[in-house]
Design a protein around this ligand. Structure first.
Ligand code: SF4
Length: 430
């Protein structure tokens, strides 16, 4: 069987043109996906069965027993953390938020260690946005700031940005200009028409200098800003002003540079000011395929896009106090549920040590370093391959992911339903 127009469940590009061949309920061929996406769709070593930790060792058990143990851990905790969510579908997010409310926990997504600062910057300033379809068809200047799509989002350039022919950019790459701003040379910078190599931690200064030039105050600038010559900055500002339609994509190199969300705030202002001269949009390069989806579901369910604390009985949001790393680093979280994520690999080491001290429940199709510190491990089906569901592309477009093969594993949604049922039973018993 050949399945066309499959959506890739790996990165925020959510490429929807993948062709998959299935034989005897097995995926035999994946066409058009990049190597990252193909590897996710083909799958790799799975967690075979639910496991619970007994005398320091993980031993296999039934799903029912795993649900009960997970429910006990979350029910007994005073402030459990429910973390992850960005590599699963929106239907699971909804259940996760319900569970967080039931147990009075803190729910946060992987955005907390990636584009969380972008969300806060956007809340403050607003966003001059567009869809990736508009970028494809109209953009003749593309800026990548602190982002290396050639390696992190390999088909972004081919489907949406620099190397694709659009309705109003029929010449493709030859009609488009590409600017890369980064602290080091990357595979993306090699293809750029202009590359600004800035000193680490100076993004805010460089963006401010560009704003001055765009605003007509460039004569007040010194000859060099953060190691970049004024001529180079003027050249970049002129390229941006001269575009018919400009697109500014930014990555973790900007959100995690000194200044954090203020860098995003400043970039949003730069793009707003460019809109006095031409049409310009700005978009974060979202990493996990459904990090945007969690923000959407969480915002419509609770009013906030991440780091929501239900311990007061109502949703409370204060990143710096209620984000995953905050409640772990401060020793406030006394249990954790990790869904479709790997905090043991991505959190600061001091925070991972705190996580290892508390009971951890993991729901994931695949083993990862977080499995090693988990007390209950519940394998689930791969969303977008073995179960269908909704995911949001990096531009906020919701797409329906297909089921390609049938699996004996329950979906994340079903696992969460099983735990919620047990939590409610414990509540009734007490
Ligand atoms: S660019 Fe991203 S969404 Fe597209 S195929 Fe590669 S990993 Fe999948």
């Amino acid at each position: 069987m050949i399945v066309e127009d499959v959506i890739c469940p790996f990165c925020g590009c959510l490429c929807d043109d993948i062709r998959v061949e299935v034989e005897d309920n097995k995926i035999t061929k994946v066409n058009r996906a990049c190597r990252l996406g193909a590897s996710k769709i083909r799958g790799h070593e799975r967690i075979k069965a639910p496991m619970v930790r007994e005398d320091g060792e993980l031993v296999e058990t039934s799903y029912e027993e795993a649900y009960q143990r997970a429910a006990q851990i979350l029910y007994q905790a005073k402030r459990p953390l429910l973390y992850g969510w960005c590599s699963t579908v929106c239907e699971a997010h909804k259940k996760g938020i319900l569970l967080a409310e039931e147990v009075g926990g803190v729910i946060d997504s992987t955005a907390t260690v990636c584009h969380g600062p972008s969300i806060i910057g956007i809340e403050e300033k607003g966003l001059a946005g567009a869809t990736l379809g508009q970028v494809k068809n109209r953009a003749d200047l593309i800026v990548f700031w602190g982002s290396n799509p050639a390696e992190a989002h390999p088909r972004h350039s081919l489907r949406y940005s620099t190397n694709v022919r659009g309705k109003f950019t029929e010449g493709g790459r030859s009609e488009k200009k590409m600017i890369v701003v980064d602290v080091r040379k990357t595979r993306s910078s090699r293809n750029a028409d202009k590359f600004l190599r800035i000193r680490p931690g100076t993004d805010y200064e460089v963006i401010s200098a560009l704003r001055m030039i765009v605003g007509g105050n460039g004569d007040l600038l010194p000859e060099r800003v953060a190691g970049i010559s004024k001529d180079d900055l003027v050249d970049m500002a002129e390229m941006m002003k001269a575009a018919r339609f400009g697109a500014f994509f930014f990555g973790l190199g900007l959100t995690h540079s000194r200044g954090s969300y203020k860098n995003i705030d400043n970039s949003l202002s730069l793009v707003n000011e460019l809109n006095s001269h031409t049409k310009f949009m700005i978009m974060p390069m979202r990493g996990h395929y459904n990090v945007g989806g969690f923000g959407q579901v969480c915002a419509w369910e609770t009013g906030y896009p991440m780091a929501v604390d239900f311990s007061r009985g109502i949703p409370y949001f204060n990143p710096g106090e209620t984000a995953a790393c905050d409640v772990l680093a401060n020793g406030e979280a006394d249990a954790a549920l990790v869904v479709a994520a790997d905090p043991a690999s991505n959190f600061p080491w001091s925070v991972v040590e705190k996580l290892a001290e508390i009971p951890v429940v993991q729901i994931d199709p695949f083993e990862n370093p977080t499995t090693l510190i988990s007390d209950v491990v519940i394998p689930s089906a791969v969303a977008g391959v073995e179960v269908e569901g909704t995911a949001y592309r990096m531009d906020g477009l919701p797409l329906r992911m297909k089921k390609l093969v049938t699996s004996s594993y329950p979906s994340d949604e079903e696992v969460l339903d099983g735990i919620i049922k047990e939590v409610r039973r414990l509540g009734d018993d007490n």
